[in-house]
Design a protein around this ligand. Structure first.
Ligand code: NAP
Length: 546
C-alpha cells in the first residue's frame, strides 16, 4: 500500500511539485480537514484569503458578533485533550474568544506550517490526462494537487448593497464581514446601518451604546428572539467538561445537530393557555429552543406557524415603547422561523433609545448613497460612518467567485446556474477529485458538528481509495439525480422554502440571484448521517473510481 494517495505515477510535473491535496480556506472546515489529511499521510497545502486562521471568526469582528449556538456544542470534538484544555467564558462565545480558541487549535496542532495566508484562489482547473487540479492564486502563482478540497464556508462571499453611489460615501464604510482589526470607535459619530439581518441585529445594540446617533435602514424586518447569554464560571465549565461525551452524543441525535429538538406535540392540539406558557418558557430560555425546541409543526403548518408568530409579535410590541416603531419591526411577509432566526441581546430595546431611529424603506426607499450619507425618497441623511450589513451570496457564492473548471473546461458556475448538483454535498457532479466540506446539499445546522461529520465522511472515502489504490473519484450521474431529488423533496414541506432569503439562494444585490434554489439538505440530520454511513458501509457504490 502506498504511503500517500499519490505515491506512484505522477506524470508531467516533478514528484515534489504535485501535492496530494489543496484545501481552499482555513476556517473551521479547512483547519480540521488539514489535520485529518495529515493523519492520512497526504501532503497538503491550504490557501487562505485572510491573514490568519478562523474564517468567519477571522473576518466578522463587528461589535456584538458572537455564537448563537451554545459554545460548548460549537468547539471541535475530535480531541479530548483540546476539550479539556479550553475554557469557554460565555455560553454564547463572543468573536474575540472564539478567534482565540481557533488560534489555540492552530498552535496546538501546528496547522500554520501548511497554510499560506493572504492567498486568494481565483481559479481551479482540472487536468484530465495528468489527473490533478491546478489552482491559480491572485498573485498569478499556481499549485497542483491530485485532490482539491473546498472549505469555503457557506457565508463567506459578502455582498455590498446594489444601490447607486455606494462607492461615493466620503467617510469610512464597513461591511461586517470585512471589519477592521482595530475596533471602530463610534463615540460621538452619526452612524447609518443598512440591513436588519442576524449581523445587524447583533451589531445595532452595541453601536447604539456608543454612537451620537444611529439610523437603521430596514427593507424587511426579521423575527428575532432573545439569546439570554451568560458567563460561565470555572465550576460550571468544569461540569461541562465532564459532560462532553453526553453533549456531543445529544447533538448527533437531533435533526439539526444542536442540543435543541422539537417538542413532539402539534401546536393546535395543545390548549391555548398551555401553549402560551410553553412559549413563555422558551422565550425566557437561552439559545435556539424557541425555534428548534418548539412544537413540531410550527415550521411546516401555516396555522401553527401563525399562532407562534402572533406570540412573538406580541413580545415585540411589549418590548418596543413606540407602537408605530414596534409595528415596523414586525415582519408581515413571513412567519416566525421561516428565515434563519437571529438571536438578540437588547435589539428591540435599542429602538427605545433617543439616539436610534428606524427608517422603513418600504415607506421611503433609498434613492442613492451620497458622499455625505443616504438619500431616501423623503430626505437626505448625513453620516460619519456607514455600515453595510447587507449579507452574503450564501452557499454557492464563494464557489462562483472562483473560476472552477472541470473536464473539457466546463465551469462549475454554469453547471450550478439553476441549482447545485452533488452527491451528499460531498462532490459536485462532473468534477473528479473535487471534494467539499459543507458543500451545497449537505446537512448543516450546528456548523462545527456538520464540519466534523463532513470531514470524517471525506476521510473515509479517501481511506477507501487508498485501500484500493484509486486515484480518481467521480460521482455517478444516477446517484446525483437521486440525491438532488431527495434534497428538493425534503425542502418542499418547509414554509421556509417559499420565502426569499440567503437560505433559499435569493440575494438582490447579486445579478441573477432572484430565483429561489434549494441549497442545503433540509431533512433530518440523523437521516443524513445514516445515509452517509450506508454509503460508506456499501463501498461507495454511488461513486466511480479509477
Ligand atoms: P442577511 O440575513 O442576509 O441580512 C441582510 C440584510 O441586509 C437584510 O435585512 C436585507 O434586507 C438587507 N439588505 C441587503 N441589501 C439591501 C439593500 N440593497 N438595501 C436595503 N437593505 C438591504 O445577512 P446577515 O445579517 O449578514 O446574516 C446572514 C447569516 O449569517 C445569518 O442568517 C446567519 O446564518 C449568519 N450569522 C450568524 C450569526 C451567529 O451565529 N451568531 C451572526 C450573524 C450572522 P432584505 O431582508 O429585504 O433582503
Amino acid at each position: 500500500m502506498p504511503d500517500t494517495l499519490l505515491a506512484a505515477e505522477r506524470p508531467a510535473q516533478s514528484e515534489s511539485s504535485i501535492l496530494d491535496a489543496i484545501i481552499i480556506g482555513a476556517g473551521i472546515s479547512g483547519m480540521y480537514l488539514l489535520y485529518r489529511l495529515r493523519q492520512l499521510g497526504m501532503r497538503t497545502r491550504v490557501f487562505e484569503a485572510g491573514g490568519d486562521v478562523g474564517g468567519t471568526w477571522y473576518w466578522n469582528r463587528y461589535p456584538g458578533a458572537r455564537f448563537d449556538s451554545e459554545s460548548w456544542t460549537y468547539g471541535y470534538s475530535f480531541s479530548k485533550e483540546l476539550l479539556q484544555e479550553w475554557d469557554w467564558k460565555e455560553h454564547f462565545s463572543p468573536q474575540p474568544d472564539t478567534l482565540e480558541y481557533l488560534n489555540l487549535v492552530a498552535d496546538k496542532f501546528d496547522l500554520r506550517r501548511d497554510i499560506r495566508f493572504d492567498n486568494t484562489v481565483t481559479a481551479a482547473q482540472w487536468n484530465d490526462s495528468a489527473n490533478h487540479w491546478t489552482v491559480t492564486l491572485e498573485s498569478g502563482e499556481q499549485a497542483s494537487a491530485t485532490f482539491l478540497f473546498t472549505a469555503v464556508g457557506i457565508l463567506s462571499a459578502h455582498t455590498l448593497p446594489r444601490i447607486p453611489g455606494v462607492e461615493s460615501f466620503r467617510g469610512p464604510a464597513y461591511h461586517p464581514a470585512r471589519w477592521p482589526h482595530i475596533p471602530v470607535d463610534f463615540t460621538g459619530k452619526r452612524v447609518g446601518v443598512i440591513g436588519t439581518g442576524a449581523t445587524a441585529i447583533q451589531a445595532i445594540p452595541e453601536i447604539a451604546k456608543q454612537a451620537a446617533h444611529l439610523t437603521v435602514f430596514q427593507r424587511r424586518p426579521n423575527w428575532a428572539a432573545p439569546l439570554h447569554n451568560a458567563r460561565i464560571d470555572k465550576a460550571e465549565m468544569a461540569g461541562i467538561k465532564t459532560r462532553y461525551d453526553e453533549i456531543y452524543a445529544r447533538c448527533r441525535e437531533t435533526p439539526s445537530w444542536f442540543i435543541h429538538s422539537a417538542d413532539p406535540r402539534k401546536t393546535l392540539d395543545v390548549p391555548p393557555e398551555e401553549r402560551e406558557a410553553f412559549w413563555e418558557k422558551l422565550y425566557a430560555e437561552p439559545g435556539f429552543g424557541i425555534w428548534m425546541g418548539n412544537f413540531r409543526d410550527i415550521l411546516i403548518d401555516e396555522a401553527a406557524n401563525a399562532a407562534v408568530t402572533e406570540f412573538i409579535a406580541r413580545k415585540i410590541r411589549q418590548r418596543v415603547t413606540d407602537p408605530k416603531v414596534a409595528d415596523k419591526l414586525i415582519p408581515k411577509d413571513h412567519g416566525f422561523g421561516t428565515r434563519r432566526v437571529p438571536l438578540e441581546s437588547g435589539y428591540f430595546e435599542a429602538y427605545n433609545r433617543d439616539n436610534v431611529q428606524l427608517v422603513d424603506l418600504n415607506e421611503t426607499p433609498i434613492d442613492c448613497i451620497t458622499p455625505d450619507g443616504v438619500k431616501t425618497s423623503e430626505r437626505d441623511y448625513a453620516f460619519d460612518i456607514m455600515v453595510y450589513a447587507t449579507g452574503f451570496d450564501g452557499v454557492t457564492g464563494a464557489f462562483d467567485r472562483i473560476d472552477i473548471r472541470g473536464p473539457g473546461g466546463v465551469r462549475l458556475r454554469d453547471i450550478w446556474a439553476d441549482g447545485p448538483r452533488t452527491y451528499l454535498g460531498w462532490q459536485p457532479e462532473g468534477f473528479p477529485n473535487l471534494l467539499m466540506v459543507l458543500g451545497p446539499h449537505t446537512a448543516r445546522g450546528n456548523i462545527p458538528r456538520a464540519v466534523e461529520h463532513g470531514v470524517e465522511c471525506l476521510a473515509g472515502l479517501l481511506e477507501f481509495m487508498r485501500r484500493h489504490d484509486y486515484r480518481r473519484v467521480e460521482t455517478r450521474a444516477d446517484s446525483v439525480a437521486e440525491w438532488t431529488d431527495i434534497v428538493i423533496k425534503a425542502s418542499e414541506p418547509l414554509l421556509a422554502s417559499k420565502i426569499d432569503s440567503w437560505q433559499t439562494g435569493v440575494n438582490r444585490n447579486v445579478e441573477g440571484r432572484n430565483v429561489r434554489r434549494v441549497l442545503g439538505y433540509n431533512g433530518n440530520g440523523v437521516h443524513y448521517r445514516r445515509k452517509c454511513d450506508e454509503v460508506a458501509a456499501n463501498g461507495y457504490q454511488e461513486f466511480a473510481f479509477r
